[in-house]
Design a protein around this ligand. Structure first.
Ligand code: SAH
Ligand code: SF4
Length: 351
């Protein structure tokens, strides 16, 4: 998938060193670049005209060269439970979304890594129109800072970040890591690495590189089935990892980084939610050191899948727990504002 379509860079895509170099090229002392960096990385201000303590000459210099405007807000909605969903319009008019999920003790941001998704899991709204392009690290960072400021306005600070919006992060790993390192950095938002999770459907080369990078960000695999026959019915991409490859990668990741992974399992009524699958999954988990996160399906109107009954969810959970598998069940959030991944962007793109 191509990266950004234009030649002009966004200011937020520049590294600290690049901003320093640009500052020097403009004839200003290097320390001025620190002020520009602070506006972006601490306040979430990306429009140079708003950087009040930066000399006008430097603002103009940067404004001329890094002319792409900050992201626009195309739509915002708040669910009854406080979940906020924001639809962003990118420089090329494409739409992506992010969700802010306040809970009792946590406030989580869900971030997209791509526009659309090329994997096309049959149950997922993000894949319906295919993959469009990667997000740049600056675009992801701007979205993060906007959502963080939204939380701040309600006296909440961000405790967790999940890369579980639109797109497959392992197809855009480089930019995702640059964005996360910046979110994690001490002179930025300083969100702890262990509070950040990357979720992947299982793309072998990306997962290998991520493990080798030794980052302490959490890794979650979207498994969705205990065997390949069923997994292929849900995740159609031929090159996606098999169940055995995922099991092995989870062990490798633990060995290399000391970090246990999570297996996500979207529960689809009548597809993968029976006691038979639970028992098969339990068997697989015996030979894996990981926990399971069950995600009852959030229905997408265009797609023909349903959420399992509460009884089926409970039975599935009990079967896993009986043999000591660590299981969590994701509570439903933001259902009245289409807060499932990709849903709002899909709706707006088709209007
Ligand atoms: N592409 C990555 C990350 C984005 S999807 C991946 O697949 O892991 C993040 C998670 O949201 C995945 O586990 C996915 O299965 C889940 N998801 C997507 N659409 C959903 C829906 N409508 N209801 C419940 N979970 C959904
Ligand atoms: Fe892509 Fe993840 Fe949706 Fe599958 S679940 S289509 S990998 S975003």
């Amino acid at each position: 998938m191509p990266n950004r379509p234009t030649k002009t860079q966004r200011l937020s895509d520049l590294s600290k060193l690049e901003i320093e170099e640009a500052t020097q090229a403009s004839g200003q002392p290097a320390y001025r670049s620190g002020q520009v960096w602070q506006w972006m990385s601490q306040k979430g201000i990306f429009d140079v005209s708003e950087m009040r303590n930066v000399p006008k000459a430097l603002r103009e210099f940067l404004g001329d060269r890094y002319a792409l405007p900050p992201l626009k807000i195309a739509h915002q909605s708040i669910a009854k439970d406080g979940t906020q969903k924001v639809l962003f319009k990118l420089g090329d008019g494409k739409l992506i979304e992010s969700v802010l999920i306040p809970a009792e003790k946590r406030t989580t941001i869900c971030l997209s890594s791509q526009v659309g998704c090329a994997v096309g899991c049959h149950f997922c709204a993000s894949g319906i129109d295919g993959g469009k392009r990667n997000l740049s690290s600056g675009e992801m960072f701007e979205v993060f800072m906007y959502m963080r400021n939204q939380a701040k306005a309600n006296d909440r600070s961000i405790t967790n970040l999940v890369i579980m919006g639109m797109g497959e992060p392992m197809f855009n790993l480089e930019q995702v890591i640059v964005a996360l390192d910046r979110i994690n950095s001490e002179d930025g938002p300083n969100l702890g690495a262990r509070r950040i999770t990357i979720s992947t459907v299982g793309i072998a080369h990306g997962v290998k590189r991520f493990t080798a990078s030794k980052r302490a960000y959490n890794l979650a695999f979207s498994l969705h089935a205990p065997n390949d026959q069923l997994r292929r019915k849900i995740v159609p991409l031929e090159s996606a990892m098999t169940v055995e490859e995922i099991r092995q990668a989870a062990l490798d990741h633990l060995k290399e980084t000391g970090r246990e992974v999570t297996f996500e399992y979207v529960m689809l009524k009548g597809v993968n939610d029976s006691p038979r699958e639970a028992r098969e999954l339990r068997k697989l988990m015996k030979h894996t050191q990981a926990s399971v996160n069950l995600i009852p399906y959030n229905p997408v109107p265009e797609l023909n899948y349903q959420r399992p009954t509460d009884e089926a969810i409970d039975t599935f959970t009990e079967i896993l727990e009986e043999s000591g598998v660590k299981v969590s069940v994701r509570r439903r959030k933001g259902a009245d504002i289409d807060a499932a991944c990709g849903q709002l962007a899909l709706k707006k793109n088709r209007e």
